[in-house]
Design a protein around this ligand. Structure first.
Ligand code: F0G
Length: 357
C-alpha cells in the first residue's frame, strides 16, 4: 500500500508530547534505513549487527528528529528566533528547520573547530553564525544565558523536546526488527541521543512491545571522555569534532539510562575511530563522519576484550553523513593526501594503469 513517510511528528503523533494545535515543522525526517552489516558482525563476532544510518536524514544527521519537535514547539510558543550551541550538526539542523518555519536561527560554534560541510549548511540556511572564543561547553553556557534573558528559544538537547523527538530512533529499530536488540551502541557527546534512545526503548518496554530494553553502550573519544574519567573534562581534544565535549549536558539522564539498562560507557582513541571510519566505508559501504564511527570503534574494542556475546543482535547508530566532514576520507592510513591519478583518453593506457593487461 502506498505510504508517504510524513516525518516523525506525524508518524508517532500519539507517542510524542504534541497536540492538535502544535504547528508541525517537518522536512520528512526519520524513517532511516537499518542496514544489515555482516562485515561488521564478522569483525566483532556477533550474530547480527545493524547500522541505523542517521546520515539519511534531511540535513544528514540524527539531529533532525529532535529539531522537528523543538522548532515546532518553539513556533507553537510564538518564538521568532531559535538559538543553539553546536559542534556543527545541531546548527545545520536548527538552521534548516528555522528556514522551513520562516523564523531566524542563531548558532554559536566553537572557534575553528567545526567541519566545513556543517558550516556551509548553516550558512546556506541563513543562520546568524557566531564563532565563539571557546569550546562547545562555553558556547552552550552562552546559549543558555542568552535564551534565559532574551527573546530567543533554546533548541539544544537540554530542551526536552529534542530528546522527545530523538527517541523515535528506538521506535523505528523495534518496528524494523520486531524485537529489541541485545545491545544498542552509539557515540556520545552531550549524551542526549544515548538518553533519547533509552527513553524510546523504555516506552516500548512499558507498552509491552518488547521484552527487555537493550544494554546501552556509549563511547566517547579518549581525549574527550568525561564519562570514563567520571567528571567533566576541561579542555576536550579529539579529531572527532562533533563529540569534542567536556561537560555533557545530559549527564544525569545518561547515567540513569546506563544503570537501568545495565549498559556502559567507554572511550576509544582517535586512531581507533579513524580505523573504523575507513572500515565502515570500505567493508560495509556506509560513509559516515569520523565521530559517527566512534560507536562501532567502541564495539570492536569490547569484542577484543571478549565482551561481545556470540549470539548477540546489535544495533549501532551511525549519527552523521560522511560528506559532512569529507577530508578524512581523502587521506590514507599514513595521513597522506589521496589524489586520483591522471590518465589520457587512450583505452590501452587506462587498461594498463588499471592492471587489466
Ligand atoms: N554524532 C554526531 C555526528 C554528532 O553531531 C553528535 C553531537 C553526536 C554524535 C553526539 O550526540 O551530543 O547527543 O551525545 N553533536 C552536537 C552538535 C553536539 O552540536 O551537533 P550527543
Amino acid at each position: 500500500m502506498a505510504h508517504l513517510w510524513r516525518g516523525v511528528i506525524r508518524e508517532y503523533f500519539d507517542r510524542l508530547d504534541v497536540t492538535k494545535d502544535t504547528p508541525i515543522i517537518t522536512l520528512g525526517e526519520g524513517g532511516t534505513p537499518l542496514v544489515d552489516a555482516p562485515a561488521l558482525a564478522k569483525l566483532v563476532g556477533a550474530d547480527q549487527v545493524y547500522l541505523k544510518v542517521e546520515g539519511m536524514n534531511p540535513t544528514g544527521s540524527f539531529k533532525d528528529r529532535g529539531m522537528t519537535m523543538a522548532v515546532s514547539k518553539a513556533v507553537g510558543h510564538g518564538a521568532k528566533a531559535v538559538i543553539c550551541a553546536s559542534t556543527g550538526n545541531t546548527s545545520a539542523s536548527a538552521a534548516a528547520y528555522a528556514a522551513a518555519a520562516g523564523i531566524q536561527s542563531v548558532v554559536l560554534v566553537p572557534d575553528g573547530k567545526i567541519a566545513l560541510g556543517k558550516l556551509s549548511q548553516a550558512v546556506a540556511h541563513k543562520a546568524q553564525i557566531l564563532q565563539v572564543e571557546g569550546n562547545f561547553d562555553d558556547c552552550l553556557d552562552l546559549a543558555r544565558d542568552l535564551s534565559a534573558n532574551y527573546a530567543v528559544h533554546l533548541v539544544n538537547s537540554v530542551n526536552p523536546d529534542r530528546i522527545e523527538g530523538q527517541k523515535t530512533g528506538a521506535f523505528e529499530v523495534v518496528e524494523a526488527l520486531g524485537f529489541a536488540p541485545d545491545f544498542h551502541v552509539l557515540p556520545v557527546g552531550n549524551a542526549g541521543n544515548y538518553s533519547a534512545y533509552f527513553k524510546g526503548y523504555l516506552e516500548d518496554f512499558n507498552a509491552g512491545t518488547i521484552k527487555a530494553v537493550p544494554k546501552m553502550w556509549g563511547f566517547q573519544a579518549e581525549g574527550s571522555a568525561p564519562f570514563t574519567v567520571g567528571h567533566p573534562v576541561k579542555n576536550p581534544e579529539t579529531i572527532a569534532t562533533a563529540i569534542r565535549i567536556g561537560n555533557p549536558a545530559s549527564w544525569d539522564l545518561a547515567q540513569s539510562a546506563k544503570e537501568c539498562s545495565q549498559g556502559m560507557f567507554g572511550a576509544v582513541s582517535d586512531a581507533e575511530i579513524l580505523w573504523m571510519h575507513r572500515f565502515l566505508s570500505q567493508e560495509v559501504g556506509v560513509f559516515v563522519e569520523p565521530s559517527s564511527a566512534t560507536g562501532a570503534a567502541g564495539l570492536l574494542k569490547q569484542a577484543k576484550l571478549g565482551l561481545v556475546p556470540k549470539g548477540a543482535t546489535i544495533v549501532v547508530t551511525v549519527t552523521g553523513h560522511g560528506l559532512k566532514d569529507p577530508m578524512w576520507a581523502l587521506k590514507d592510513e599514513a595521513g597522506q593526501e589521496i589524489v586520483p591519478e591522471k590518465v589520457s583518453t587512450r583505452a590501452e593506457e587506462v587498461a594498463e594503469r588499471l592492471g587489466l593487461v
